[in-house]
Write a protein that binds this ligand. Structure first.
Ligand code: ACM
Length: 635
């Protein structure tokens, strides 16, 4: 690349310090009359002092644009350095500032620049600590999550699992699906399943026990293996456990064995064992999503929360409004939506067609995973509003409020009637695609003073007697809940849905992300809750507090040990425990740019959440988990 950007940060002046940016000209031409654009999660805040040795041109959320002082020319091999203060907060980790950058030349062409890590000016940083101890196996069996009860004696691994004579078609199909899942996840491994008898194979017979709890299974190991379950989920869980046992014994035979005899009796601890994926900030193609679903199924997780829209992009095709993707899924230096974190200068459009959505939903269904789609309302709606500007109150001043991520006027206006017509048409298409009874409508992080400068919103507040942003938000969400009920759908939202009076708790599930205490308070108000506290279950957070650790830091850092140790229903009074529907990991993708980064941040913490979701607290064991989790399949 002909240009390269280095950036460093020093803590003075308080509170957020100084950012120093240097552009190196590696080309063989002098660089003059240009601008430098970069994306950075640590932002130059509104009202910041003028930068030193640069001219501030503009900023939109994480997009920044600077020009050199008039007349400056950077010679080939030379560099231009400038400094900015007035940052929105102090960075915490080496990836907390410039992520991508490009130079716009005097003739208007954009040329991408290479970017280094954010360097800490004040001190040499310490190395990140090891994430996983070596651990120790309690027993030589590969099982993750660990079952409720394991009483096994080790023996030889069979060549493959085969169906017992007379196995019914549905059981054959389930066995074949488990084998196919294994093959997709571990393409180089020996096949775990054969539907025809093989020398050295071991037969599995299937039995029903209607007395078993939903998702529960029992495995009895004798020369023939007997798998008992009460439902299709239990059968699948038992088969995945069997395939895990065999995969461990064949691929890591120095560590793991296959059971000769004994039993596993197992049932899930929580009904909602979920992972969320943000595809708005960084787009993950449908192939990646399908593979991710395979990984969730391998860890016996059963809900995929698909965060399909946000300020940065709208990621699914809506036939009624093609502009949602034509404009709202397109970012680039010359597009309506500017490059954001991780974007190059080139314009890129990325979204799922309805055929792809249906295909992912069908794949999930085969794995026993419910897909809960999310459209962000009323906040986090920049992309939607850019695509459908008729949803904006024309008399609301621009930049009358900013979200915590720095987006101006980014919330759907509850007083614009067309908002409900558009949302209704979108929901009509969603219910055709997503069979889940649950639709997540967001509800988080509406800025404190949203809509207060909108004459339409003011009139509505006056008419309805609503005091302030959050009573207006609750009014909007109650109307949206009514629209969901009309479509036989249940409202799922982030914990702020309860603000300003909230929505009726019956048939509402809220996700406690800000803290565990918030979850307890929601349960007291009558809501069912899913626990996903940022401090433990946000897998985009760094895995230690040290500067060199990749990841975000705004919610704290979370080592795999801390993620594993978190107990969702701790602190809940006994009478409220039934309100805890389960737990969820969240993968927010502001910092994510490729699969390597994904794998580094997500594993083994995803498996830690899966074990906390499944395994009874008394059977949790961090060192055993550490020894088991060294072999996570990645994206
Ligand atoms: C959230 O992290 N804003 C749900």
């Amino acid at each position: 690349m002909p240009y390269r950007v280095e950036n460093s940060w020093s803590p003075s002046p308080a509170p957020a310090g100084t950012l120093t940016v240097t552009l190196h000209n590696l080309s063989d031409q002098p660089l003059a009359g240009f601008r430098l654009s970069f994306t950075a999660i640590t932002r130059v805040a509104p009202g910041a002092p003028a930068p030193e040795n640069a001219v501030f041109v503009r900023r939109d959320a994480n997009y920044h644009e600077f020009a050199p002082p008039a007349g400056l020319s950077v010679p080939p091999g030379g560099a231009w350095t400038f400094r900015a203060t007035g940052l929105n907060r102090a960075p915490m980790h080496r990836l907390d500032c410039v992520k991508t950058a490009y130079v716009t030349l005097a003739d208007g062409r954009h040329v991408d620049a290479g970017v280094g890590d954010l360097v800490l000016d004040s001190a040499a940083p310490e190395a990140p600590p090891a994430r996983l101890p070596e651990g120790r196996l309690t027993e030589p069996f590969a099982l993750l999550p660990w079952p409720a009860r394991v009483e096994l004696r080790p023996g030889e691994a069979p060549l493959a699992l085969t169906p017992a004579d007379g196995t019914a078609r549905e059981d054959l199909l389930a066995l074949a699906e488990a084998g196919a899942l294994h093959r997709r996840l571990f393409g180089a491994a020996q096949a775990a399943v054969s539907l025809s008898p093989v020398p050295g194979g071991r037969a599995v017979e299937f039995a029903r026990d209607p007395g078993l709890a939903p998702g529960a299974y029992r495995l009895a190991f004798a020369p023939t293996i007997r798998l008992e379950s009460g439902d299709a989920d239990g059968r699948r869980h038992g088969l995945v456990a069997l395939v895990q046992l065999l995969h461990g014994a064949t691929e890591s035979g120095d560590v793991f064995r296959f059971p000769a005899s004994g039993v596993i009796e197992d049932a899930p601890r929580h009904g909602w064992r979920a992972c969320h994926l943000d595809v708005s900030r960084h787009f993950w193609p449908a192939d990646d999503v399908r593979r991710f679903l395979d990984i969730l199924a391998w860890y016996r997780m059963n809900v995929f929360h698909w965060h399909l829209t946000d300020d940065e992009a709208w990621r699914f095709e809506v036939r009624a409004f093609p502009e949602l993707t034509a404009i709202g899924a397109t970012r680039g230096a010359d597009a309506r939506l500017l490059p954001q974190l991780g974007d190059p200068a080139a314009t890129r459009t990325a979204f799922y067609t309805q055929a792809e959505l249906r295909d992912v939903v069908a794949h999930a269904a085969r794995l026993g995973i419910e897909v809960v789609p999310e459209i962000e309302t009323p906040g986090h709606a920049t992309a939607m509003l850019a695509a459908l500007p008729r949803l904006v109150d024309p008399d609301e001043p621009a930049e009358s409020y900013h979200s915590v991520q720095g987006y101006p006027n980014n919330a759907l206006n509850p007083a614009v009637e067309a908002t409900y017509e558009v949302l209704g048409a979108i929901l009509d298409e969603m219910v055709e695609i997503f069979p889940s009874r649950r639709i997540h409508i967001g509800g988080d992080e509406v800025a404190d003073n949203s809509w207060l400068a909108s004459p339409l919103a003011r009139a509505l507040m006056e008419r309805e007697g609503l005091a302030g942003t959050f009573e207006l938000q609750a009014w909007f969400l109650r109307r949206l809940k009514g629209m969901l009920t009309e479509r036989d759908r249940v409202l799922v939202g982030w914990n702020e849905v309860a603000h300003g009076g909230g929505v009726p708790p019956e048939g509402t599930i809220l996700m406690a992300w800000q803290s565990s205490e918030v979850g307890i308070a929601l349960a007291r108000e009558g809501y069912d809750v899913v626990m996903t506290p940022g401090q433990a279950y946000y897998l985009d957070m760094a895995q230690s507090p040290v500067w060199l650790e990749p990841g975000a830091g705004w919610a704290g850092s979370s080592t795999p040990a801390q993620t594993y140790a978190y107990e969702a229903d701790e602190g809940f009074p006994e009478e409220l425990r039934a309100k805890v529907r389960g737990v969820q990991a969240c993968i927010w993708c502001e910092h994510f740019h490729d699969r390597q980064y994904f794998n580094d941040l997500v594993f083994p913490r995803l498996a830690a959440v899966a074990e906390a979701a499944w395994t009874p607290p008394k059977a949790k064991d961090w060192l055993r988990f550490a020894a088991q989790a060294r072999r996570c399949p990645g994206l």
